[in-house]
Design a protein around this ligand. Structure first.
Ligand SMILES: [Zn+2]
Length: 351
């Protein structure tokens, strides 16, 4: 069978947003066994896209590479043995892929699978006319959401759920400090922590983003351009410190978070956008018996309770802006995310 040619937004070398190009790329004539071909209608950006575009040391890509982990789409066709809703049905696509056969996968820890990967990172992603994904990644459309709203959910809510619920074990009577309130994962973490009955303190360098954080349910906010978040957290907790801290900034924010925790508290980290090697005072960690927990993505199974909460209206996808699904739109979207302009998700969507 001759390959099929599709239009895509892809890059052939690492660099800034300008390396994104509109290209014609070949895909198989039909989806392979167990795969479903989808037509992306909206793709939400993640910081991951920026890291991959700039280049990661141990990531080998098939070039030109198509980014895009968070995909709202319509079903195009099912490959042999794949079950899928009828052609044209709107679906959401789970971002994680795994072997579906190993002990980790079968015990609900698919994101610990040795073959775990993310769409748009370890495989091609949604920045193209068509994409083949495993049938197991096809999820029902959440409620009455628009395509950009639907695309804004999977990766950040999955990531935040594992941080807040699984690792953070957040419950009533907990005070949870959520850093960088405008980031997609923070926007999800604030809502998830509130749904568990916790008190939420959000930080940001932007007063406008803190107003939005309060609208999402944050009880207290700290503007870190004018206030030290350690001192403020201590003040707001009667000198005790936060029970759980949700962290993805790294650098000094990570170092100081260790001090802002209560004795026995948990610092959950899923990223290091401002620096991966912060100094850490180990005396805080052992004397005060802190837990520092790494977290990445989440089990695919957790998307089911997440989508139920979205249907109920308890979790709201927050879309900062929708840009056209063109090379110009994609470059502008990358620039905006890189400049930390957004509160919530930046999404590409076809008209
Ligand atoms: Zn596996």
């Amino acid at each position: 069978m001759p390959p099929m040619r599709i239009r895509a937004i892809a890059f052939q070398r690492n660099g800034g947003p300008e390396v994104l190009e509109e290209l014609a790329v070949d895909i198989p004539d039909a989806p392979g066994p167990g795969m479903v071909r989808v037509r992306p209608t909206a793709v939400a950006l993640n910081h991951l896209d920026l890291w991959i575009r700039r280049g990661l040391p141990n990531l080998r890509l098939e070039l030109p590479h198509r980014l895009g982990a968070d995909i709202a789409a319509t079903v195009e066709a099912a490959g042999p043995g794949a079950e899928a809703p009828p052609h044209g049905t709107r679906v959401l696509v789970a971002p994680g892929v795994s072997c579906a056969a190993c002990e980790a996968c079968l015990s609900g820890h698919d994101n610990l699978c040795r073959r775990y990967g993310i769409l748009g990172e370890h495989t091609h992603g949604g920045y193209g006319e068509l994409l083949d994904v495993p049938a197991a990644n096809i999820l029902p459309w959440p409620g009455q959401l628009s395509a950009p709203e639907a695309a804004a959910i999977p990766l950040t809510f999955l990531t935040a759920w594992q941080m807040v619920v699984v690792h953070g074990e957040v419950g009533r009577d907990h005070t949870v400090l959520v850093h960088a309130a405008g980031a997609g994962v923070s926007v999800a973490a604030i809502q998830i922590a509130k749904s568990r009955g916790a008190r939420v303190i959000a930080t940001s360098t932007s007063a406008a983003k803190l107003v939005r954080a309060r609208e999402l349910g944050a009880d207290e906010t700290i503007d870190t351009t004018t206030h030290d978040f350690v001192a403020e957290t201590k003040r707001l907790t009667g000198k005790r410190g936060a029970d759980v801290i949700i962290e993805h900034v790294g650098g000094e924010v990570f170092s100081k978070s260790v001090v802002a925790l209560r004795a026995g508290g948990r610092l959950v980290t899923c990223g290091a956008t401002s620096g991966p090697t912060p100094p850490i005072d180990l005396r805080h960690v052992f004397f005060r018996q802190l837990q520092v927990v790494g977290s990445t993505m989440g089990s695919k199974a957790t998307l089911f309770p997440i989508l139920r909460e979205v249907e109920r209206g308890a979790f709201k996808p927050v879309v900062d802006r929708v840009l056209p699904f063109t090379v110009e739109g994609a470059r502008e979207a990358h620039r905006a995310l890189e400049a930390r302009e957004a509160f919530g998700k930046v999404v590409l969507a076809s008209a």
